[in-house]
Write a protein that binds this ligand. Structure first.
Ligand SMILES: [Zn+2]
Length: 419
């Protein structure tokens, strides 16, 4: 009935007596299987050769759920075999959470409890082929802090975490009386759920010179066993909370290699090296901004020049002067704006069509309804539009710009006749 996984995490093969069985649920007098809890998934493995699919705390018992009803009976002795690779991954990943939290203590203000969780995601095929199906997943730590974890802080958290791994700090655990643990302000607790501090004693996990936390999980004996830690990202799951996700082991190594490859590819494209990449990107960005500005200016001049030509070619129908023609590079809003500024004492109606025949902008001095002109065009060529009587626009037209212009010349005549 007692669980010893957290006390002796390196024991992965053991024999125990079956206390009772309920179909596929088995309770032993003693077990080294770790039941899901404290953000650490349940151990995998076998009991008497039958696969253990889940292990849970239930009413004071540790219940092993088997894949099939077992052949053994209550009172018999069975052998338990814990999946060593998975357990080792969990110990390393979980202890990494403590180390990351310790890094947070050094960088973040008003740090409250950090929630830990090791995801039990199924690895993708590449990962499974390279490292076995058991080793994968993400680890997350939720920091309760007023400090904004920006890119700089995030990389500093990663750097400090790996530094603590390299420093090879011993990790120890002991049971101490609950009151004594609560009196110590160096121990991180989840005061909301009181997880890990419900009993008369509290398991306190200490990483020498680095971190102390109340925790019932399984831990490695020295931080160097964790190996490389790579931060994957950050998010904000709630007010005042920052979630940092990271990976250990194969995924951490792969992530770093992938990022390195991408950085090198980007540097190569810019004909520089990774160290100079940020400066090269900045230079490119500013060159891009300059070019964009130049293009906008030139485009504006082109439109000005085009409008001047169209003004010269304006047609007069029954005393009203119509400026009609195609313009390149403007959307419906742009066309409507330019049409509006084109109408004056000399021009009564300006109807501008995007050269690709998609958009239309019409403005008038008031004698002709701009919306009506747009309606006629969209009825003929598709799309839709709207606006005020003096300025209107259309979009989604499907025709050649010149065909729309020809149509507008007819419309101008028709409008002036009052058709
Ligand atoms: Zn722990």
């Amino acid at each position: 009935m007692t669980g010893t996984a957290a006390a002796e995490p390196t024991v992965t093969t053991f024999t125990s007596t079956v206390d009772r069985i309920d179909t596929t649920d088995v309770v032993l007098t003693e077990t080294y299987f770790y039941p899901e809890g404290g953000g650490q998934p349940a151990d995998r493995g076998t009991l008497g050769g039958v696969e253990v699919v889940d292990v849970q705390h239930r009413n004071g018992d540790i219940v092993h759920e088997l894949a099939d009803p077992p052949a053994f009976d209550s009172g018999e002795t069975v052998e338990g075999q814990i999946d060593t690779a998975f357990r080792t991954y969990c110990m390393r990943a979980h202890t990494a959470s403590h180390v990351l939290y310790g890094a947070g203590r050094r960088l973040l203000s008003d740090l409250g409890y950090g929630g830990f969780d090791i995801s039990a995601t199924v690895p993708d095929d590449d990962e499974a082929a390279a490292f076995g199906p058991a080793i994968s997943g993400k680890v997350r730590v939720d920091f309760e802090t007023t400090t904004e974890i920006d890119d700089e802080t995030l990389t500093e958290l990663e750097r400090l975490t790996n530094r603590a791994v390299w420093e090879s700090y011993d990790v120890t655990w002991e049971e101490i009386p609950r009151e004594e643990a609560l009196d110590r302000d160096d121990i991180a607790f989840n005061t909301k759920t009181e997880e890990g501090i419900e009993g008369e004693t509290v398991r306190v996990v200490t990483i020498e010179d680095w971190d102390v936390a109340a925790c019932g999980g399984t831990h490695v004996g020295n931080t160097r066993e964790i190996g490389p830690v790579t931060v994957l990202g950050r998010s904000n799951p709630g007010e005042g909370l920052t979630r940092v996700e990271f990976a250990v082991g194969p995924r951490a190594i792969r992530q770093r290699a992938t990022e390195h490859e991408r950085a090198m590819a980007a540097a190569k494209s810019l004909d520089t090296n990774v160290a100079e990449l940020p400066a090269a990107v900045d230079a490119l960005q500013s060159e891009c901004d300059d070019l964009r500005e130049t293009v906008a200016t030139l485009r504006e001049r082109l439109v000005d020049s085009r409008l001047a030509d169209l003004r010269d070619d304006a047609i007069e129908v029954d005393g009203r002067r119509w400026l009609i023609g195609t313009v390149t590079g403007l959307d419906a809003n742009g066309l409507a704006d330019r049409a509006e500024s084109a109408v004056d004492d000399d021009i009564d109606v300006a109807a501008l069509v995007d050269a690709d025949g998609q958009y239309l902008g019409v403005a008038t001095t008031g004698g002709i309804d701009a919306g009506e002109v747009v309606d006629r065009v969209t009825t003929e060529f598709g799309g839709g539009g709207g606006g005020r009587p003096t300025v209107a626009q259309g979009g989604g037209l499907d025709a050649d710009g010149d065909d729309i212009v020809a149509f507008l010349r007819d419309v101008s005549a028709a409008a002036d006749r009052g058709d």
